[in-house]
Ligand binder design. Structure first.
Ligand SMILES: NC(=O)CCC(=O)C(=O)O
Length: 266
């Protein structure tokens, strides 16, 4: 029987706004560091828009065309090291628009899934420059169903519930979530894990772009809502081990999916 456990490494990276070259070098350095550690991870994850940061006024020029560069690099890395890779999100130019897109890869470098951010965040002007996604994002991790969302998406519990009802046991959330909303970040992530009885794995950036400070605090939260790993505000790699068997245990202990009465509120 295949293992229900996965060792994770979340790359909490400081992103240089508008500097894809520097960001690729930094991401490659951190990826290499993650697989060089004694306890090699099964899955590595990056933060949101790590190739460009929120350089939105130049995003059409800076975004990765069709995601080719990112996909080639990440697929090759996943294959070389036999790891799963949730490639954070990137600014990706496609069909004359720019999307905020995740690409995820399997241990042989195959693309497991992609997701374009559905909810664009007005406080950071995303809706003026980016195209919204039109589909939810799922992938299978060594056979276990998981979901993908990006940052502001965590404010929409309906999206989590839809994925939970489809059988998803973990959701990955790359983010660029800044001050002064650390309490929203921590509370929403924990609530989404508790109410859907699933793992929530959230990788935020750190550092500062202009006046905006990104507090890091990448988190891995279990289906009981316990924070099993959390970063501080500095660049680094957060590690944790998850066990999908715990999702089934928690869902059996409090059977909310059996007790729902959707005809009354849907
Ligand atoms: N990049 C984002 O979507 C930021 C979302 C955010 O900060 C929030 O408060 O929501």
């Amino acid at each position: 029987m295949s293992s229900t456990k996965l060792k994770l490494a979340l790359l909490q990276m400081d992103i240089q706004i508008g500097e894809p070259e520097a960001n690729f070098i930094r991401a490659e350095r951190m990826l290499t560091e993650a697989v060089s550690a004694g306890d090699k991870p099964d899955l590595i994850m990056l933060p949101e828009m790590w190739n460009t940061g929120y350089a939105l006024d130049r995003i059409h020029e800076l975004a990765d065309k069709e995601g080719v560069r990112t996909r080639e690099k990440l697929a090759a890395f996943a294959q070389e090291h036999g790891v799963l890779l949730v490639g954070g999100s990137i600014a990706e130019k496609r069909d004359n628009g720019v999307y905020n897109t995740i690409h995820a890869f399997g241990r042989n470098g195959e693309e497991l899934g992609a997701y374009d951010k559905i909810h664009l965040f007005r406080l950071m002007d995303e809706e003026k420059y980016l195209q919204p996604g039109t589909q939810t994002g799922t992938l299978a991790l060594d056979g276990t169903p998981a979901g993908m969302m990006i940052c502001y998406d965590i404010r929409f519990p309906e999206l989590f519930r839809k994925l939970a009802l489809s059988g998803v046991k973990a959701v990955f959330v790359p983010a660029e979530w800044p001050n002064p909303r650390l309490h929203h970040w921590r509370t929403l992530l924990q609530a989404r894990a508790i109410e859907n009885q699933m793992y929530v794995i959230a990788c935020n950036r750190c550092g500062q772009s202009g006046e905006t400070v990104f507090f890091g605090h990448s988190m891995v939260i279990d289906p009981w809502g316990e924070v099993i790993a959390e970063s501080d505000d500095r660049e680094g790699i957060l590690t944790a081990e998850i066990d999908f068997a715990i999702v089934d245990e928690v869902r059996a202990r409090i059977p909310i999916f059996e007790d729902r009465r959707p005809t009354l509120y849907e």
